[in-house]
Ligand binder design. Structure first.
Ligand SMILES: Nc1ncnc2c1ncn2[C@@H]1O[C@H](COP(=O)(O)OP(=O)(O)OP(=O)(O)O)[C@@H](O)[C@H]1O
Ligand SMILES: [Mg+2]
Length: 297
């Protein structure tokens, strides 16, 4: 174990010996786990995840990102940082979570999935427990954990959606993106009628267009699925995003005055002001336990 891991373990230990009276159990701190997803691919999930992390960290929150888009590790590309480890190192080599997390800007930590799902299903009980305990440590050290998924309604992606405390559903104004977003809401509503889904319209031409699309999704979901969606906000189409992807520097860091960054900062404020469901967080431990139970591990 390296020095940093030992130090962090001590910090976590100290946190457990808090000031609560012995007969009044202190509620365990849990991170808010938010899965960023979409029906259609390429709508901006990874770009949203990375820049939302930066916007939230500017507000003083401690942020970790799990990239579970197995195969395509995109988060590292947008940060322009080459991670040394992936989730596979956590699973296989009995490394601690603190060793495998990669440092991003603003103290953001991230971990890429690699091709970890099949591996997880093959783990024996002891290793599985170690894995869960490692992920659960994130509850103490981070306020928000963002999960970046691949697109679509595959079983794996649905597992990450249903296991999270809440969902950010990204869509663009394209009709196919909207219908695919609705299909995803429908899938979620069949499994859990109380899931908190926040709608984010990306690449809109105007604020009005974004509003109209969010409202349409909200009204239709209410009417046909009796599911309440929450409006998170929008990011207008902005060439700065395309440039920042090429430069591998997130626009909220590199170009904080751009249209996209201003939209993102507003959206982060809305996310913090609206914490429906936060009274009863599943947190990182609950998240990973549920994911594994959906995978049938
Ligand atoms: N608001 C925006 N304005 C202009 N371009 C954008 C905007 N948001 C995202 N993009 C561009 O759209 C492309 C897709 O973005 P991104 O990779 O984040 O999508 P994704 O949903 O994560 O894709 P995938 O489904 O493949 O994971 C990127 O090239 C990005 O630069
Ligand atoms: Mg992506």
């Amino acid at each position: 174990m390296n020095d940093q891991a030992e130090m962090l373990r001590r910090i976590v230990g100290n946190m457990n010996n808090g000031l609560a009276a012995p007969d009044v159990p202190k509620p365990e701190k849990r991170a808010r786990v938010i899965t960023v997803t979409s029906g259609k691919g390429g709508v901006g999930k990874t770009s949203v995840t990375v820049n939302l992390a930066i916007a939230l960290s500017r507000l003083g929150l401690r942020i970790a990102i799990l990239d579970v888009d197995f195969g395509l590790a995109n988060i590292d590309l947008l940060f322009g940082i080459n991670p040394k480890y992936t989730i596979l190192d956590l699973i296989r080599d009995e490394k601690s979570i603190f060793e495998v997390l990669t440092d991003g800007p603003n103290n953001i930590k991230f971990l890429s999935g690699g091709s970890g799902v099949e591996e997880l299903m093959r783990l024996d009980r002891k290793k599985l427990r170690m894995f869960i305990n490692n992920i659960a440590l994130l509850d103490k050290l981070y306020d928000i954990i963002l999960i970046d998924t691949g697109a679509g309604l595959s079983r794996n992606v649905m597992s990450f959606i249903m296991a999270a405390d809440e969902i950010i559903l990204v869509t663009t104004p394209e009709p196919t993106a909207i219908t695919d977003a609705y299909a995803l809401v429908k899938m979620v509503s069949r499994r859990d009628r109380k899931k908190i889904i926040r709608v984010l319209v990306n690449k809109a031409e105007t604020a009005r267009e974004a509003e109209e699309i969010a409202n349409k999704l909200i009204v239709v979901s209410e009417k046909f699925l009796s599911l309440k969606l929450y409006k998170l906000g929008y990011i207008l189409y902005d060439d700065n995003i395309v440039k920042s992807v090429k430069l591998q520097k997130p626009y909220c860091l590199n170009n904080p005055k751009s249209q996209a960054a201003r939209n993102m900062f507003a959206l982060a404020d809305v996310l913090l002001d609206n914490s429906q469901g936060s009274e009863d967080l599943l947190g990182a431990r609950g998240f990973i336990q549920r994911v594994l139970s959906f995978f049938g591990a």
